[in-house]
Design a protein around this ligand. Structure first.
Ligand SMILES: C[S@@+](CC[C@H](N)C(=O)[O-])C[C@H]1O[C@@H](n2cnc3c(N)ncnc32)[C@H](O)[C@@H]1O
Length: 284
């Protein structure tokens, strides 16, 4: 598929509308990611599930204290601060949305973490860092926005030192979108378009490992983590379905794109898989 370009306007539409910003700041407490629930754990405490997902990331990175790590698509820096405080990592976050970066810097300064979490503008397809700069890198639910996943993975490979570790967490379609049944496409495609999830056009549960190998990585694990994410899908649907219906009817639905997406994720869940890929840049 032909390479595209960064569509900043689309990302601004997804994350920048007043309603979306309110939702992420007030409801999700600045985290812009899903949650992790093991059997026996409650799915209703969304914030706890989000903290557990951050812990899964730290465990998969498995890097010693003081390691330098890239956060590709850092949002407001919630994950970066979790990696710094809970795993002792030194995190450099990049994002393409100025208002996310401003939030990330402000919140890290407030938490006295500005020395261990730094943030700057950067498109992860074209990283502003030298080769072999980082011991680790991760993408928490950001690759799904990629306009050229192979290029992004090549960049992660370039900036990691030999032996450096990469962890990718996030949703993807269960198979190539264009090969899904028409009824499934009818549900999934408008959702992907509205949420600027361009990456889903290029990779899916069946080929991301191959893309990683193609970029020079050794895939340590490709974990289908859907059962651990599904409880969050169920909980957000239960919590936000009614508020969304009210806003849809009486408000301006366009302002509440992210609230809408958390609800609509439920309708497309059959075609969405959640994976945690762990990969290593081979030592020379
Ligand atoms: C779902 S949010 C996740 C944010 C953060 N990782 C978290 O878990 O809270 C996706 C983020 O990826 C960023 N993003 C999308 N495309 C990007 C790109 N090409 N380079 C850097 N960041 C990007 C968006 O601006 C957004 O902040």
């Amino acid at each position: 598929m032909a390479a595209q370009e960064l569509d900043l306007a689309a990302l601004r539409r997804v994350y920048g509308r007043t309603g979306s910003r309110w939702f992420y700041t007030r409801v999700a407490r600045n985290a812009r990611h899903w949650g992790w629930t093991e059997p026996g754990q409650s799915k209703w405490r969304l914030w706890r599930a989000q903290r557990r997902l951050e812990d899964v990331l730290g465990q998969k990175l498995a890097l010693p204290t003081g390691s330098r790590v890239l956060d590709a698509g850092c949002g407001a820096g919630v994950v970066a601060r979790a990696m710094a405080t809970r795993f002792g990592l030194l995190v450099t976050g990049v994002d393409v949305l100025d208002f996310h970066l401003a939030e990330a810097c402000r919140l890290s300064a407030r938490a006295a973490l500005a020395d261990r979490t730094v943030f700057s503008w950067g498109d992860y397809h074209e990283l502003p860092f030298p080769d072999d700069e980082f011991d680790g890198a991760y993408s928490m639910e950001t690759l799904v926005h990629s306009y050229h996943p192979a290029r992004a993975l090549a960049e992660f490979h370039r900036v990691l030192r030999p032996g450096g570790r990469l962890v990718l967490l996030g949703p993807m379609s269960t198979g190539p979108v264009e090969e899904l049944p028409p009824s499934a496409r009818a549900l999934l495609e408008p959702y992907l378009d509205a949420m600027a999830m361009t990456g889903a056009r290029f990779y899916h549960a069946g080929n991301l490992s191959q893309l990683l190998t193609g970029a020079g990585f050794e895939v340590e694990e490709a974990l289908d983590a859907t059962p651990y994410y599904t409880p969050t899908t169920e909980a957000v649907h239960a919590y936000f379905r009614l508020p969304w219906e009210v806003l849809r009817r009486f408000g301006d639905p366009a302002r509440w794109l992210n609230l809408r997406s958390t609800v609509e994720m439920y309708d497309v869940r059959e075609y969405v898989a959640w994976y945690v890929h762990t990969a290593v840049k081979p030592s020379r």
